[in-house]
Design a protein. Structure first.
Length: 276
């Protein structure tokens, strides 16, 4: 079997502009196995889906150890590289981010997302210098472990509507450049899908660009044509799954019928998946 460093190198190689790595984010082992069964070349976790499934809201509210336990379970279950969404690093200080990254590697994952949203701060985003220290700490921890971890630096300028609209592209590019200098492997800019801006980001970021998508957004082929290197759906699949829970339960209680359950996977099929 491929060792962890080999998986990390493979994962890095899957990020190619114009031929994007497509990630259907999972939040538990069964979901990760279904993603792999469908042909995914890698598995990514969704911080929101993981938090919800473990009884916590998204947004740096989940206990680090519980999150890492889930990452370890997913990484042990699939034979492809796993990348973990670690929100802001589950820590207030850079040394805490480093500790989280060591835990991610011990769990068997070869990539992380680290966001620059600053919850509870006076600004919606962390200061660039502070975020660079956190990214550098992550990189140093991975290097010390001998693993070429893929650090996907999330730039939340658009997601958090930070600053004036006309200034956001410049701000995003400035942050991206600083994060890459600090040791990031790639850049993730959620909250933007319009082709003009995506194209400008591809041209302005000197590393693989990750775009977040959902219903109504440009298809993967269109984003590939713009040069995007990674396309992910974040919490969208988890949200859709929980919508089935609500819809099926309301139907059951209101009308006593079960049509919302018609497309469910068979008991035996899921058992077989987990039995390997």
């Amino acid at each position: 079997m491929m060792n962890l460093a080999g998986k990390a190198e493979l994962f890095q190689s899957l990020h190619r502009g114009g031929e994007p790595l497509v990630l259907a984010n999972a939040w538990d082992v069964a979901g990760a196995l279904l993603v792999r069964e469908a042909g995914a070349r890698a598995v990514a976790t969704t911080s929101a889906g993981v938090a919800w499934s473990l009884g916590a809201p998204d947004g740096d509210r989940l206990n680090r150890d519980r999150a890492l336990d889930l990452v370890a379970r997913v990484a042990a279950a699939v034979d492809v590289p796993v990348t973990a969404d670690i929100e802001s690093g589950f820590a207030s200080k850079p040394e805490g981010v480093a500790e989280t990254v060591r835990g991610v590697i011990e769990a068997g994952a070869v990539g992380v997302n680290i966001e620059d949203t600053f919850r509870g701060g006076v600004s919606p985003l962390r200061p660039v210098e502070e975020q660079c220290e956190r990214i550098a700490a992550a990189r140093q921890a991975a290097d010390a472990a001998g693993i070429p971890l893929y650090v996907n630096a999330r730039v939340d300028v658009y997601l958090r509507a930070a600053g004036e609209r006309e200034d956001r592209l410049g701000a995003a590019l400035e942050r991206a450049a600083a994060y890459l200098e600090a040791g990031a492997s790639g850049v993730f800019v959620p909250g933007v899908v319009d082709p003009v801006t995506v194209s400008a980001l591809v041209k302005g970021v000197a590393a693989p660009l990750n775009i977040l998508v959902g219903p109504g957004d440009p298809a993967v082929a269109e984003l590939a044509g713009l040069g995007v290197a990674r396309v992910s759906v974040g919490s969208a699949i988890a949200s859709a799954a929980y919508a089935v829970v609500r819809r099926a339960t309301r139907e059951l209680l209101d009308s006593g019928t079960y049509t919302a359950l018609e497309e469910g996977l068979g008991h035996g099929e899921l058992n077989a998946l987990l039995e390997g």
